[in-house]
Design a protein around this ligand. Structure first.
Ligand code: F6P
Length: 336
């Protein structure tokens, strides 16, 4: 049987599911950029790309050289195609305007160019997360600078989302709102090949992921729930749970898409002004779209993440996502 590469999957989606052509071209451009990032990541010290830039991003976090390189690769791969009205990224304070020499399109691309970048120096998994939105008509203009308010749409408005994971294999996990498909990069032919069709998250699980070192800052519902997970079969949940934490959201979410589980990054009392660590628009929202498309659930403890109306490009949010039964349980504990 012939193998289905990403281009064929997208062309067939355009035929059968009315996925617009410009969205297909855009996803191909993102995928090309991810192949390039994968190549650069794999060079490590040989490419002189490890370590810090000596700068901070807009959220005051140290930027790794590869954060900046990956951001640049994504901008350059996507600015010329005529499919985008603008781009926004974790690494830039403001939206990136399409240079005047190129035509503009009707989509908005938001990304975290290198998620989990502190894993780079230890050769552990990192990834790229992306989300595509339609640019509302009132913000579309060939000549004017795009107003950033165009990006501030709830996750339910996403037309596509996905991530590339750079681990022992490079994979691209994608949804265009018709389930979740996983493609593995075949380096011999240079294409992403469909290897994980219709990925599905089992409703129940015995695995969870959380950074336990923050326990003393957690709020009551999380303390109660994690206590019950750890109590295992001797506690109220009456089953044992295993714990995993890769410290790269792509890797933890990928594990959940493969075999189920619960990922938590709760809001905590470390910095009361910040409602959680993860960013809504380019981390929580695209991952929630994927997780829901795979049959899982995702909330901030109180409401569905995809329903949250963003107030800013770099807004933070608490995240509980993965197997439905456990997301529902921790959400119920918050509401009690
Ligand atoms: O937001 C970036 C990120 O690296 C996520 O990919 C990951 O889940 C989380 O932060 C790890 O946070 P911590 O360093 O607090 O464990």
């Amino acid at each position: 049987m012939s193998r289905v590469i990403l281009s064929r999957y997208l062309i067939e989606q355009a035929r059968s599911n009315n996925t617009p052509d410009d969205l297909c071209f855009l996803i191909e451009a993102v995928a090309r950029a991810c192949k390039e990032i994968s190549q650069v990541v794999s060079k490590g010290a040989l490419g002189g790309i490890l370590g810090s830039m000596g700068t901070e991003n807009v959220q005051g976090e140290e930027q790794k050289k590869l954060d900046v390189i990956s951001n640049e690769i994504l901008l350059k791969a996507n600015e010329w195609g005529g499919h985008l009205a603008a781009m926004a990224s974790e690494e830039m304070g403001h939206a990136y305007q399409i240079p005047r020499k190129y035509p503009k399109g009707a989509n908005l691309l938001v990304f975290d160019p290198l998620d989990g970048s502190f894993n780079i120096d230890i050769t552990a998994t990192v990834g790229t997360i992306f989300s595509v939105l339609h640019c509302p008509n009132e913000y579309l203009s060939q000549n004017e600078v795009l107003n950033e308010k165009a990006f501030l749409q709830p996750g339910t408005e996403q037309v596509a989302a996905g991530y590339a994971i750079y681990g022992p294999q490079t994979m691209l996990i994608l949804t265009v709102g018709d389930g979740v498909q996983g493609f593995t990069l075949d380096r011999e032919i240079g294409s992403f090949v469909l290897t994980h069709e219709d990925m599905n998250i089992p409703a129940s699980t015995q695995e969870f992921a959380i950074n336990m070192s923050n326990q003393r800052y957690w709020e009551e519902p999380v303390i109660r729930y994690v206590g019950e997970l750890i109590a295992g079969q001797d506690g109220p949940l009456e089953k044992n749970f295993n714990m995993r934490w890769v410290a790269a959201m792509v890797a933890d979410v990928h594990r959940i898409l493969i075999r189920g589980g619960l990922f938590m990054y709760p809001r905590d009392r470390r910095e009361p002004s910040k409602p959680g660590k993860l960013r809504l628009m380019y981390e929580a929202s695209p991952m929630s779209f994927l997780v829901e498309q795979a049959g899982g659930a995702s909330t901030n403890g109180y409401q569905r993440i995809l329903d949250i109306q963003p107030k800013g490009l770099h807004q933070r949010v608490a995240v509980f996502l993965g197997s439905k039964e456990e997301v529902e349980r921790i959400t119920a504990y918050h509401k009690q």
